[in-house]
Design a binder for this molecule. Structure first.
Ligand SMILES: [Zn+2]
Length: 291
């Protein structure tokens, strides 16, 4: 990296050991995103990734969550629990009905399966409607997180892999000349994305799991680095409440959302929808490929 950009990155704190996700990315005047429920159940989509050897993608993703869970067991307060595989193919948060924290592979490119005239292009729903990848070609995976804009509390987080473009593998040798070798490693990718799921943003700290780039063949992100480990201990301290960034979340911060959830009659339900639409936001986290 040339000297000037390096200094700029350091000045902006982009090489900190870890950077927490914010309601407004990078704005330390806004709340951090974090979970307050002590148990996060996540589910893999039954479909898996047909191009990955056997069922190894399921094991690789489980190993990624386990890497973080091992840290939570040492110094954190969350339990990341795998639920049963589900047929679900929709990401995002539903105001009504079940919400799963879903991990899935999109194997089709929306550009090739969705007509240009489709309305889903305008309202950003093609991925769910057509079960396809609708983000940038060079993005390896996305974590889509839904959170309360005032408190930063996370309600739902889903991880999508771009299997339409990338060849995901689970082996450890390189270069990817055979199916036994690594092209884009599932566990490397998933460990990074689970970092987003629990509230980490990117950092350019050397050797960080949360570095935004992942060259072909990389497997180093499988092991959570010490900086990211520190985030777990700091933000989710064992035996204590999860830590907000600005000030402790109070019932006032939660406001009508908390009341509406428990007391919604027919009128309350309408109000609740309006409140959710104002306060809930989604954040996409990208893993950029290196050409
Ligand atoms: Zn990322």
């Amino acid at each position: 990296m040339p000297l000037a950009p390096l200094l700029l990155a350091m000045a902006l704190g982009q090489t900190d050991p870890y950077i927490r996700s914010r309601v407004d990315a990078g704005d330390t005047g806004t709340q951090c995103l974090y979970w307050t429920s002590p148990r996060i159940v996540w589910n893999q989509s039954t479909y898996g990734n047909p191009d990955t050897a056997g069922d190894s993608e399921f094991d690789a993703i489980r190993a990624s969550f386990q890497s973080w869970q091992d840290i939570f067991a040492e110094c954190g307060n969350l339990a990341l629990v795998e639920g049963p595989r589900v047929d679900e193919r929709q990401v995002g948060y539903r105001r009504q009905g079940d919400n799963t924290n879903l991990v899935l592979f999109r194997t089709r490119d929306c550009n090739t399966v969705v007509p240009e005239s489709e309305a889903c292009w305008d309202d950003d729903t093609c991925a769910n409607t057509y079960d396809c990848w609708d983000d940038d070609d060079n993005t390896i995976a996305i974590t889509l997180t839904t959170y309360d804009e005032r408190s930063g509390i996370i309600y739902d987080s889903d991880i999508s892999f771009n299997a339409a473009r990338f060849s995901f593998t689970t082996a450890t040798c390189f270069p990817p000349t055979t199916t036994q070798c690594v092209a884009t490693d599932v566990q490397n990718t998933a460990t990074h994305e689970v970092g987003h799921l629990i509230g980490l943003d990117h950092t350019r700290a050397s050797g960080s799991t949360m570095n935004p780039s992942a060259p072909p063949g990389e497997v180093s992100k499988r092991v959570v680095d010490s900086g990211s480990r520190g985030f777990v201990c700091d933000a989710y301290p064992q035996g204590q409440a999860s830590q907000s960034c600005l000030h402790p979340v109070t019932s006032i911060d939660l406001g009508p959302k908390a009341g509406g959830c428990s007391a919604a009659g027919p009128g309350g339900a309408l109000a609740l929808v309006a409140v959710w639409s104002l306060w809930l936001a989604r954040r996409r986290r990208h893993e950029e490929a290196v050409r």
